[in-house]
Design a protein around this ligand. Structure first.
Ligand SMILES: Cc1cc2nc3c(=O)[nH]c(=O)nc-3n(C[C@H](O)[C@H](O)[C@H](O)COP(=O)(O)OP(=O)(O)OC[C@H]3O[C@@H](n4cnc5c(N)ncnc54)[C@H](O)[C@@H]3O)c2cc1C
Length: 465
Protein backbone atom coordinates (compact mmCIF):
# COMPACT_ATOMS: atom_id res chain seq x y z
CA UNK A 1 0.00 0.00 0.00
CA UNK A 2 1.16 3.55 -0.83
CA UNK A 3 4.00 2.87 -3.27
CA UNK A 4 4.56 5.11 -6.31
CA UNK A 5 1.46 5.91 -8.33
CA UNK A 6 1.10 4.15 -11.70
CA UNK A 7 0.70 6.38 -14.78
CA UNK A 8 -2.50 4.64 -15.76
CA UNK A 9 -5.05 2.00 -14.82
CA UNK A 10 -8.22 0.77 -16.43
CA UNK A 11 -10.26 1.95 -13.41
CA UNK A 12 -9.49 4.40 -10.61
CA UNK A 13 -11.51 4.05 -7.40
CA UNK A 14 -11.60 7.18 -5.21
CA UNK A 15 -11.76 6.24 -1.51
CA UNK A 16 -10.81 3.10 0.45
CA UNK A 17 -13.83 2.86 2.73
CA UNK A 18 -15.96 -0.28 2.49
CA UNK A 19 -17.56 0.89 -0.78
CA UNK A 20 -14.24 1.63 -2.51
CA UNK A 21 -12.55 -1.53 -1.25
CA UNK A 22 -15.49 -3.69 -2.37
CA UNK A 23 -15.57 -2.05 -5.79
CA UNK A 24 -11.85 -2.72 -6.21
CA UNK A 25 -12.08 -6.27 -4.84
CA UNK A 26 -14.84 -7.20 -7.29
CA UNK A 27 -12.95 -5.62 -10.19
CA UNK A 28 -9.66 -7.25 -9.17
CA UNK A 29 -11.42 -10.64 -8.79
CA UNK A 30 -12.63 -10.18 -12.39
CA UNK A 31 -9.08 -9.46 -13.58
CA UNK A 32 -9.54 -5.71 -14.16
CA UNK A 33 -6.55 -3.39 -13.69
CA UNK A 34 -7.78 -1.20 -10.81
CA UNK A 35 -6.13 1.37 -8.53
CA UNK A 36 -7.59 2.75 -5.27
CA UNK A 37 -6.66 6.31 -4.24
CA UNK A 38 -7.34 7.08 -0.56
CA UNK A 39 -6.84 10.48 1.03
CA UNK A 40 -6.32 9.30 4.62
CA UNK A 41 -3.38 7.33 5.95
CA UNK A 42 -5.56 4.28 6.66
CA UNK A 43 -8.25 2.31 4.81
CA UNK A 44 -11.74 1.97 6.35
CA UNK A 45 -13.13 5.51 6.08
CA UNK A 46 -16.00 5.88 8.55
CA UNK A 47 -14.94 2.58 10.16
CA UNK A 48 -11.84 2.98 12.31
CA UNK A 49 -10.74 0.49 14.98
CA UNK A 50 -7.85 2.00 16.94
CA UNK A 51 -5.66 -0.42 18.92
CA UNK A 52 -5.99 0.09 22.69
CA UNK A 53 -3.73 -1.42 25.39
CA UNK A 54 -6.67 -2.58 27.56
CA UNK A 55 -9.70 -2.64 25.28
CA UNK A 56 -7.94 -4.40 22.36
CA UNK A 57 -9.60 -2.24 19.67
CA UNK A 58 -11.76 0.86 20.05
CA UNK A 59 -14.32 1.30 17.27
CA UNK A 60 -14.48 5.05 16.78
CA UNK A 61 -16.81 4.70 13.76
CA UNK A 62 -19.16 1.99 12.49
CA UNK A 63 -19.06 -1.15 14.61
CA UNK A 64 -22.17 -3.35 14.68
CA UNK A 65 -23.37 -5.97 12.23
CA UNK A 66 -26.78 -7.67 12.13
CA UNK A 67 -27.99 -10.98 10.67
CA UNK A 68 -29.58 -9.46 7.55
CA UNK A 69 -26.40 -7.52 6.72
CA UNK A 70 -25.35 -10.47 4.65
CA UNK A 71 -22.76 -8.74 2.45
CA UNK A 72 -20.71 -7.59 5.42
CA UNK A 73 -21.01 -11.01 7.05
CA UNK A 74 -19.90 -12.71 3.81
CA UNK A 75 -16.92 -10.37 3.44
CA UNK A 76 -15.94 -10.96 7.07
CA UNK A 77 -16.20 -14.72 6.55
CA UNK A 78 -14.14 -14.62 3.36
CA UNK A 79 -11.33 -12.86 5.22
CA UNK A 80 -11.73 -14.77 8.51
CA UNK A 81 -12.84 -11.91 10.79
CA UNK A 82 -14.53 -13.28 13.96
CA UNK A 83 -17.56 -11.68 15.66
CA UNK A 84 -19.18 -11.91 19.09
CA UNK A 85 -22.65 -11.06 20.44
CA UNK A 86 -23.11 -7.45 21.59
CA UNK A 87 -23.19 -7.24 25.42
CA UNK A 88 -26.93 -6.85 26.01
CA UNK A 89 -27.86 -8.78 29.16
CA UNK A 90 -29.32 -7.02 32.18
CA UNK A 91 -31.40 -4.02 33.10
CA UNK A 92 -31.54 -1.10 30.64
CA UNK A 93 -31.98 2.40 31.98
CA UNK A 94 -34.02 5.35 30.72
CA UNK A 95 -33.44 8.88 31.96
CA UNK A 96 -36.61 10.93 31.44
CA UNK A 97 -36.68 14.70 31.01
CA UNK A 98 -38.28 15.08 34.47
CA UNK A 99 -35.07 13.54 35.87
CA UNK A 100 -36.59 10.17 36.78
CA UNK A 101 -34.74 6.95 35.93
CA UNK A 102 -36.83 4.08 34.59
CA UNK A 103 -35.52 0.50 34.61
CA UNK A 104 -36.54 -1.89 31.83
CA UNK A 105 -35.68 -5.35 30.64
CA UNK A 106 -34.95 -4.25 27.08
CA UNK A 107 -34.62 -1.13 25.00
CA UNK A 108 -38.21 -1.82 23.86
CA UNK A 109 -39.67 -2.53 27.31
CA UNK A 110 -43.45 -2.49 26.88
CA UNK A 111 -44.00 -1.18 30.43
CA UNK A 112 -42.14 2.08 29.69
CA UNK A 113 -44.25 5.25 29.54
CA UNK A 114 -45.59 6.06 26.07
CA UNK A 115 -44.65 2.66 24.68
CA UNK A 116 -48.09 1.75 23.28
CA UNK A 117 -48.39 5.13 21.53
CA UNK A 118 -44.86 4.70 20.18
CA UNK A 119 -45.69 1.29 18.66
CA UNK A 120 -48.81 2.78 17.06
CA UNK A 121 -46.74 5.54 15.40
CA UNK A 122 -44.13 2.97 14.31
CA UNK A 123 -46.91 0.92 12.64
CA UNK A 124 -47.86 4.06 10.68
CA UNK A 125 -44.23 4.48 9.58
CA UNK A 126 -43.93 0.82 8.61
CA UNK A 127 -47.01 1.21 6.39
CA UNK A 128 -45.34 4.18 4.66
CA UNK A 129 -42.08 2.24 4.32
CA UNK A 130 -43.90 -0.64 2.60
CA UNK A 131 -44.75 1.72 -0.30
CA UNK A 132 -41.22 3.02 -0.90
CA UNK A 133 -39.48 2.28 -4.19
CA UNK A 134 -35.96 1.28 -3.05
CA UNK A 135 -34.45 1.62 -6.54
CA UNK A 136 -35.91 5.07 -7.13
CA UNK A 137 -37.33 6.58 -3.91
CA UNK A 138 -38.49 9.67 -5.82
CA UNK A 139 -40.92 7.37 -7.68
CA UNK A 140 -42.68 6.34 -4.44
CA UNK A 141 -46.44 7.06 -4.55
CA UNK A 142 -47.19 10.39 -2.82
CA UNK A 143 -43.44 11.20 -2.81
CA UNK A 144 -43.97 14.95 -3.12
CA UNK A 145 -46.12 15.18 0.03
CA UNK A 146 -43.85 12.83 1.98
CA UNK A 147 -40.68 14.68 0.93
CA UNK A 148 -42.14 18.07 1.85
CA UNK A 149 -43.22 16.85 5.31
CA UNK A 150 -40.44 17.03 7.87
CA UNK A 151 -40.27 14.35 10.54
CA UNK A 152 -40.76 17.18 13.08
CA UNK A 153 -44.11 18.12 11.52
CA UNK A 154 -45.14 14.45 11.36
CA UNK A 155 -44.23 14.06 15.05
CA UNK A 156 -46.67 16.87 15.85
CA UNK A 157 -49.47 14.63 14.50
CA UNK A 158 -48.71 11.57 16.69
CA UNK A 159 -49.79 11.20 20.34
CA UNK A 160 -47.64 13.35 22.61
CA UNK A 161 -46.59 10.37 24.73
CA UNK A 162 -44.87 8.77 21.72
CA UNK A 163 -42.81 11.82 20.76
CA UNK A 164 -39.77 11.65 23.09
CA UNK A 165 -39.11 8.02 22.15
CA UNK A 166 -39.49 8.73 18.42
CA UNK A 167 -37.38 11.89 18.58
CA UNK A 168 -34.56 10.04 20.34
CA UNK A 169 -34.80 7.24 17.78
CA UNK A 170 -34.41 9.75 14.93
CA UNK A 171 -31.51 11.50 16.62
CA UNK A 172 -29.87 8.16 17.42
CA UNK A 173 -30.17 6.55 13.99
CA UNK A 174 -29.72 9.57 11.70
CA UNK A 175 -27.62 11.88 13.95
CA UNK A 176 -29.82 14.82 12.92
CA UNK A 177 -32.85 16.48 14.47
CA UNK A 178 -36.40 15.60 13.33
CA UNK A 179 -36.63 19.03 11.60
CA UNK A 180 -33.72 18.08 9.31
CA UNK A 181 -35.16 15.14 7.39
CA UNK A 182 -38.28 14.38 5.40
CA UNK A 183 -40.82 11.67 6.05
CA UNK A 184 -39.92 10.21 2.63
CA UNK A 185 -36.26 9.80 3.61
CA UNK A 186 -37.23 8.30 6.96
CA UNK A 187 -39.59 5.81 5.28
CA UNK A 188 -36.97 4.98 2.63
CA UNK A 189 -34.33 4.30 5.28
CA UNK A 190 -36.69 2.11 7.30
CA UNK A 191 -37.57 0.14 4.16
CA UNK A 192 -33.93 -0.15 3.16
CA UNK A 193 -33.13 -1.76 6.53
CA UNK A 194 -36.11 -4.15 6.36
CA UNK A 195 -38.13 -2.47 9.12
CA UNK A 196 -38.02 -0.06 12.06
CA UNK A 197 -37.00 -2.65 14.63
CA UNK A 198 -34.05 -3.67 12.44
CA UNK A 199 -32.67 -0.17 12.97
CA UNK A 200 -33.46 0.14 16.66
CA UNK A 201 -32.90 -3.19 18.36
CA UNK A 202 -29.88 -5.23 19.37
CA UNK A 203 -30.31 -9.02 19.47
CA UNK A 204 -31.26 -10.30 16.00
CA UNK A 205 -31.18 -6.77 14.58
CA UNK A 206 -28.62 -4.17 13.38
CA UNK A 207 -26.78 -4.01 16.72
CA UNK A 208 -26.55 -7.83 17.05
CA UNK A 209 -22.79 -8.45 16.88
CA UNK A 210 -19.40 -6.78 17.02
CA UNK A 211 -16.05 -7.70 15.53
CA UNK A 212 -13.48 -9.21 17.90
CA UNK A 213 -10.68 -7.16 16.28
CA UNK A 214 -12.88 -4.16 15.50
CA UNK A 215 -15.11 -3.49 12.50
CA UNK A 216 -12.17 -2.22 10.48
CA UNK A 217 -10.68 -5.74 10.41
CA UNK A 218 -12.38 -6.84 7.15
CA UNK A 219 -11.40 -3.51 5.51
CA UNK A 220 -7.78 -3.96 6.55
CA UNK A 221 -7.84 -7.52 5.21
CA UNK A 222 -9.28 -6.45 1.84
CA UNK A 223 -6.72 -3.63 1.57
CA UNK A 224 -3.91 -6.09 2.33
CA UNK A 225 -5.33 -8.49 -0.30
CA UNK A 226 -5.39 -5.67 -2.89
CA UNK A 227 -1.81 -4.83 -1.88
CA UNK A 228 -0.02 -2.33 -4.15
CA UNK A 229 -3.28 -1.38 -5.88
CA UNK A 230 -4.21 0.70 -2.79
CA UNK A 231 -2.50 4.10 -2.36
CA UNK A 232 -2.99 5.78 1.03
CA UNK A 233 -2.26 9.46 1.74
CA UNK A 234 -3.35 10.27 -1.81
CA UNK A 235 -6.17 12.83 -1.85
CA UNK A 236 -7.87 13.18 -5.23
CA UNK A 237 -8.28 16.86 -6.10
CA UNK A 238 -9.57 16.80 -9.68
CA UNK A 239 -11.05 14.48 -12.30
CA UNK A 240 -10.56 15.87 -15.79
CA UNK A 241 -11.40 14.75 -19.31
CA UNK A 242 -13.60 11.91 -20.47
CA UNK A 243 -14.60 10.44 -23.81
CA UNK A 244 -12.26 8.15 -25.77
CA UNK A 245 -9.18 9.82 -24.24
CA UNK A 246 -10.30 8.75 -20.75
CA UNK A 247 -9.87 10.64 -17.49
CA UNK A 248 -6.94 12.18 -15.68
CA UNK A 249 -7.29 11.83 -11.92
CA UNK A 250 -5.13 14.45 -10.19
CA UNK A 251 -3.87 13.85 -6.66
CA UNK A 252 -1.39 15.45 -4.26
CA UNK A 253 1.09 12.73 -5.32
CA UNK A 254 0.71 12.92 -9.09
CA UNK A 255 -1.85 11.98 -11.73
CA UNK A 256 -3.29 8.65 -12.92
CA UNK A 257 -4.99 8.21 -16.29
CA UNK A 258 -7.99 5.86 -16.39
CA UNK A 259 -10.87 4.81 -18.66
CA UNK A 260 -13.36 4.86 -15.77
CA UNK A 261 -13.54 6.44 -12.33
CA UNK A 262 -15.64 5.23 -9.39
CA UNK A 263 -16.15 7.89 -6.70
CA UNK A 264 -17.03 6.38 -3.31
CA UNK A 265 -16.61 9.32 -0.91
CA UNK A 266 -19.27 11.03 1.21
CA UNK A 267 -21.24 13.73 -0.66
CA UNK A 268 -19.28 16.66 0.88
CA UNK A 269 -15.97 14.98 0.03
CA UNK A 270 -17.17 14.47 -3.57
CA UNK A 271 -18.11 18.15 -3.75
CA UNK A 272 -14.54 19.07 -2.82
CA UNK A 273 -13.21 17.31 -5.96
CA UNK A 274 -13.03 19.49 -9.11
CA UNK A 275 -14.77 17.82 -12.06
CA UNK A 276 -13.86 19.19 -15.48
CA UNK A 277 -16.16 19.12 -17.38
CA UNK A 278 -18.58 19.68 -14.47
CA UNK A 279 -20.92 16.95 -13.27
CA UNK A 280 -24.50 17.07 -14.55
CA UNK A 281 -26.62 19.64 -12.66
CA UNK A 282 -28.85 16.98 -11.02
CA UNK A 283 -25.85 15.21 -9.51
CA UNK A 284 -24.28 18.50 -8.34
CA UNK A 285 -27.50 19.66 -6.73
CA UNK A 286 -28.04 16.25 -5.10
CA UNK A 287 -24.56 16.37 -3.59
CA UNK A 288 -25.12 19.95 -2.38
CA UNK A 289 -28.37 19.01 -0.66
CA UNK A 290 -26.96 15.87 1.01
CA UNK A 291 -26.04 16.98 4.51
CA UNK A 292 -23.92 14.89 6.90
CA UNK A 293 -25.19 14.11 10.40
CA UNK A 294 -23.48 15.44 13.54
CA UNK A 295 -22.19 12.75 15.88
CA UNK A 296 -19.41 12.15 18.37
CA UNK A 297 -18.64 8.75 19.83
CA UNK A 298 -17.10 8.80 23.31
CA UNK A 299 -15.49 5.72 24.84
CA UNK A 300 -14.91 5.37 28.58
CA UNK A 301 -12.54 2.59 29.60
CA UNK A 302 -12.79 1.07 33.13
CA UNK A 303 -10.85 -1.64 34.93
CA UNK A 304 -13.91 -3.92 34.63
CA UNK A 305 -17.59 -3.82 33.57
CA UNK A 306 -18.74 -2.92 37.13
CA UNK A 307 -22.33 -2.15 36.00
CA UNK A 308 -23.03 -5.86 35.56
CA UNK A 309 -22.46 -6.37 39.36
CA UNK A 310 -25.90 -4.82 39.85
CA UNK A 311 -27.49 -6.63 36.93
CA UNK A 312 -27.24 -3.66 34.56
CA UNK A 313 -26.61 -4.04 30.84
CA UNK A 314 -24.67 -0.78 30.52
CA UNK A 315 -27.33 0.43 28.07
CA UNK A 316 -29.16 3.67 28.69
CA UNK A 317 -31.47 5.98 26.70
CA UNK A 318 -31.56 9.63 27.70
CA UNK A 319 -34.74 11.49 26.75
CA UNK A 320 -33.32 14.89 27.48
CA UNK A 321 -31.95 17.46 25.09
CA UNK A 322 -29.17 19.49 26.63
CA UNK A 323 -25.51 18.55 26.86
CA UNK A 324 -26.00 14.82 27.42
CA UNK A 325 -25.46 11.76 25.25
CA UNK A 326 -28.54 10.21 23.67
CA UNK A 327 -27.64 6.57 24.27
CA UNK A 328 -24.99 4.57 26.10
CA UNK A 329 -23.93 0.99 25.33
CA UNK A 330 -21.59 -1.57 26.87
CA UNK A 331 -18.71 -1.70 24.37
CA UNK A 332 -16.39 -3.96 26.39
CA UNK A 333 -14.07 -6.21 24.40
CA UNK A 334 -14.97 -9.83 23.63
CA UNK A 335 -12.49 -11.22 26.17
CA UNK A 336 -13.83 -9.06 29.03
CA UNK A 337 -10.31 -7.77 29.77
CA UNK A 338 -11.80 -4.43 30.87
CA UNK A 339 -15.11 -2.55 30.90
CA UNK A 340 -15.96 -0.04 28.16
CA UNK A 341 -19.00 2.21 27.86
CA UNK A 342 -19.67 4.09 24.64
CA UNK A 343 -21.77 7.26 24.67
CA UNK A 344 -23.24 8.72 21.46
CA UNK A 345 -23.72 12.48 21.39
CA UNK A 346 -25.54 13.86 18.34
CA UNK A 347 -27.56 16.68 16.80
CA UNK A 348 -28.44 19.53 19.16
CA UNK A 349 -26.83 17.67 22.07
CA UNK A 350 -23.48 17.67 20.25
CA UNK A 351 -23.73 21.36 19.38
CA UNK A 352 -24.34 22.21 23.05
CA UNK A 353 -21.72 19.79 24.39
CA UNK A 354 -19.02 20.76 21.85
CA UNK A 355 -19.40 24.44 22.80
CA UNK A 356 -18.32 23.71 26.40
CA UNK A 357 -14.67 23.86 27.43
CA UNK A 358 -12.84 20.53 27.92
CA UNK A 359 -13.32 20.45 31.68
CA UNK A 360 -17.07 21.11 31.54
CA UNK A 361 -17.54 18.59 28.74
CA UNK A 362 -15.89 15.92 30.83
CA UNK A 363 -17.76 16.92 33.99
CA UNK A 364 -21.11 16.92 32.20
CA UNK A 365 -20.53 13.47 30.71
CA UNK A 366 -19.14 11.87 33.86
CA UNK A 367 -21.85 13.46 36.02
CA UNK A 368 -24.54 11.88 33.85
CA UNK A 369 -22.88 8.47 33.80
CA UNK A 370 -22.48 8.69 37.59
CA UNK A 371 -26.21 9.28 38.00
CA UNK A 372 -26.98 6.30 35.80
CA UNK A 373 -24.36 3.77 36.86
CA UNK A 374 -22.96 5.00 40.19
CA UNK A 375 -19.75 6.68 41.39
CA UNK A 376 -17.43 4.15 39.74
CA UNK A 377 -18.63 5.44 36.36
CA UNK A 378 -17.07 8.83 37.13
CA UNK A 379 -13.56 7.29 37.35
CA UNK A 380 -12.65 5.93 33.90
CA UNK A 381 -9.01 5.01 33.29
CA UNK A 382 -9.31 6.39 29.78
CA UNK A 383 -11.73 8.66 27.93
CA UNK A 384 -11.55 8.93 24.13
CA UNK A 385 -13.59 11.33 21.99
CA UNK A 386 -14.09 11.02 18.23
CA UNK A 387 -16.12 13.91 16.84
CA UNK A 388 -16.95 13.01 13.24
CA UNK A 389 -17.97 16.58 12.42
CA UNK A 390 -14.26 17.38 12.58
CA UNK A 391 -13.16 14.49 10.36
CA UNK A 392 -11.66 16.13 7.25
CA UNK A 393 -12.52 13.32 4.81
CA UNK A 394 -15.99 12.31 6.03
CA UNK A 395 -17.33 15.75 6.99
CA UNK A 396 -19.77 14.22 9.49
CA UNK A 397 -21.55 10.93 10.14
CA UNK A 398 -23.11 8.45 10.27
CA UNK A 399 -24.27 9.27 6.74
CA UNK A 400 -25.60 12.08 4.58
CA UNK A 401 -29.28 12.99 4.86
CA UNK A 402 -30.93 14.69 1.86
CA UNK A 403 -32.64 17.97 2.78
CA UNK A 404 -36.46 17.84 2.67
CA UNK A 405 -37.53 18.18 -0.98
CA UNK A 406 -34.22 16.94 -2.40
CA UNK A 407 -35.47 13.45 -3.27
CA UNK A 408 -38.28 14.71 -5.51
CA UNK A 409 -36.26 17.57 -6.98
CA UNK A 410 -32.97 15.83 -7.79
CA UNK A 411 -33.08 12.26 -6.46
CA UNK A 412 -34.32 10.57 -9.62
CA UNK A 413 -31.37 11.66 -11.81
CA UNK A 414 -28.89 12.78 -9.17
CA UNK A 415 -28.81 9.93 -6.65
CA UNK A 416 -26.36 7.53 -8.33
CA UNK A 417 -26.77 7.55 -12.12
CA UNK A 418 -23.36 7.04 -13.78
CA UNK A 419 -22.30 9.42 -16.52
CA UNK A 420 -19.83 8.69 -19.32
CA UNK A 421 -17.33 6.69 -17.33
CA UNK A 422 -17.91 8.25 -13.89
CA UNK A 423 -19.66 5.88 -11.47
CA UNK A 424 -20.91 6.42 -7.91
CA UNK A 425 -20.70 4.13 -4.90
CA UNK A 426 -20.80 4.74 -1.15
CA UNK A 427 -23.30 3.84 1.50
CA UNK A 428 -25.41 6.86 0.53
CA UNK A 429 -26.01 5.29 -2.92
CA UNK A 430 -27.39 1.99 -1.64
CA UNK A 431 -31.07 0.98 -1.64
CA UNK A 432 -30.45 -1.75 0.95
CA UNK A 433 -28.97 -0.97 4.36
CA UNK A 434 -28.52 2.61 3.17
CA UNK A 435 -26.15 4.43 5.54
CA UNK A 436 -24.60 1.22 6.89
CA UNK A 437 -21.42 -0.74 6.17
CA UNK A 438 -23.49 -3.43 4.47
CA UNK A 439 -25.01 -0.76 2.20
CA UNK A 440 -21.53 0.52 1.35
CA UNK A 441 -20.49 -3.01 0.30
CA UNK A 442 -23.65 -3.44 -1.79
CA UNK A 443 -22.99 -0.10 -3.49
CA UNK A 444 -19.46 -1.24 -4.33
CA UNK A 445 -20.82 -4.44 -5.86
CA UNK A 446 -23.32 -2.41 -7.92
CA UNK A 447 -20.72 0.10 -9.15
CA UNK A 448 -18.29 -2.71 -10.02
CA UNK A 449 -21.08 -4.45 -11.96
CA UNK A 450 -21.74 -1.23 -13.92
CA UNK A 451 -18.04 -1.01 -14.79
CA UNK A 452 -17.73 -4.69 -15.74
CA UNK A 453 -20.81 -4.38 -17.90
CA UNK A 454 -19.34 -1.36 -19.67
CA UNK A 455 -16.00 -3.15 -20.15
CA UNK A 456 -17.72 -6.33 -21.37
CA UNK A 457 -16.06 -8.39 -18.62
CA UNK A 458 -18.10 -11.22 -17.01
CA UNK A 459 -19.09 -10.47 -13.40
CA UNK A 460 -18.46 -13.31 -10.97
CA UNK A 461 -19.64 -11.33 -7.95
CA UNK A 462 -23.00 -10.33 -6.50
CA UNK A 463 -25.05 -7.38 -7.51
CA UNK A 464 -28.15 -5.67 -6.26
CA UNK A 465 -29.14 -2.13 -5.53
C1 LIG B 1 -19.78 6.96 14.65
C2 LIG B 1 -20.30 6.05 13.56
C3 LIG B 1 -21.05 4.94 13.92
C4 LIG B 1 -21.56 4.09 12.93
N1 LIG B 1 -22.17 2.92 13.30
C5 LIG B 1 -22.40 1.98 12.36
C6 LIG B 1 -22.68 0.63 12.74
O1 LIG B 1 -22.65 0.29 13.94
N2 LIG B 1 -22.94 -0.28 11.75
C7 LIG B 1 -22.91 0.08 10.41
O2 LIG B 1 -23.14 -0.79 9.56
N3 LIG B 1 -22.60 1.35 10.04
C8 LIG B 1 -22.31 2.28 10.96
N4 LIG B 1 -21.90 3.53 10.59
C9 LIG B 1 -21.96 3.91 9.16
C10 LIG B 1 -20.86 3.25 8.35
O3 LIG B 1 -19.63 3.38 9.04
C11 LIG B 1 -20.79 3.91 6.98
O4 LIG B 1 -22.06 3.86 6.34
C12 LIG B 1 -19.81 3.19 6.03
O5 LIG B 1 -18.60 2.92 6.69
C13 LIG B 1 -19.59 4.08 4.81
O6 LIG B 1 -18.64 3.47 3.95
P1 LIG B 1 -18.32 4.15 2.55
O7 LIG B 1 -17.26 3.36 1.91
O8 LIG B 1 -19.59 4.41 1.82
O9 LIG B 1 -17.79 5.62 2.91
P2 LIG B 1 -16.50 6.04 3.75
O10 LIG B 1 -16.22 5.05 4.81
O11 LIG B 1 -16.71 7.45 4.16
O12 LIG B 1 -15.32 5.95 2.69
C14 LIG B 1 -15.00 7.00 1.82
C15 LIG B 1 -13.49 7.10 1.73
O13 LIG B 1 -13.14 8.14 0.81
C16 LIG B 1 -12.00 8.82 1.31
N5 LIG B 1 -11.91 10.13 0.66
C17 LIG B 1 -12.64 11.25 0.91
N6 LIG B 1 -12.27 12.24 0.07
C18 LIG B 1 -11.30 11.73 -0.70
C19 LIG B 1 -10.51 12.27 -1.77
N7 LIG B 1 -10.67 13.54 -2.20
N8 LIG B 1 -9.58 11.48 -2.34
C20 LIG B 1 -9.40 10.19 -1.93
N9 LIG B 1 -10.12 9.64 -0.93
C21 LIG B 1 -11.06 10.39 -0.33
C22 LIG B 1 -12.25 8.86 2.80
O14 LIG B 1 -11.06 9.10 3.52
C23 LIG B 1 -12.83 7.48 3.06
O15 LIG B 1 -11.84 6.53 3.37
C24 LIG B 1 -21.36 4.39 11.55
C25 LIG B 1 -20.59 5.50 11.20
C26 LIG B 1 -20.04 6.30 12.18
C27 LIG B 1 -19.12 7.40 11.79
Amino acid sequence: MSGGLPDRASVVVVGAGYAGLTTALTLADAGVDVVVLEAADRPGGRVWSAPHPRAHAIDHGGQWVGPTQTRLLALADRFGCPRFPTHDEGVHLELWSDGSIHEGTSAQDSTAPGHAEYRQAVAELEALAARVDLDDPAATPDAERLDSTTVASWLATVPEAARPRLALAVQGVWAVEPRDLSLLHLAFYVASAGGWDQLMLTRGHAQDQRFVDGAQAPALAVAAHLGPRVHLGTPVRAVRGGGPAGYTVETDRGAVRADRVVVTTTPPAARAIAFDPPLPAARRRWLERSVMGDVAKIHLVYERPFWSDEGRSGQASLFTADDLPGVVFDNSPADGACGVLVAFVYGDRLRTWAALDDERRRASLLGTLGRLFGAEATRPVDLLVQDWVEDPWAGGAYAAVPAPGAWVEYGHRGWRTPRAGIHWAGSETSGVWHGYIDGAIRSGDRAAAEVLDALGVPNRGQEDR
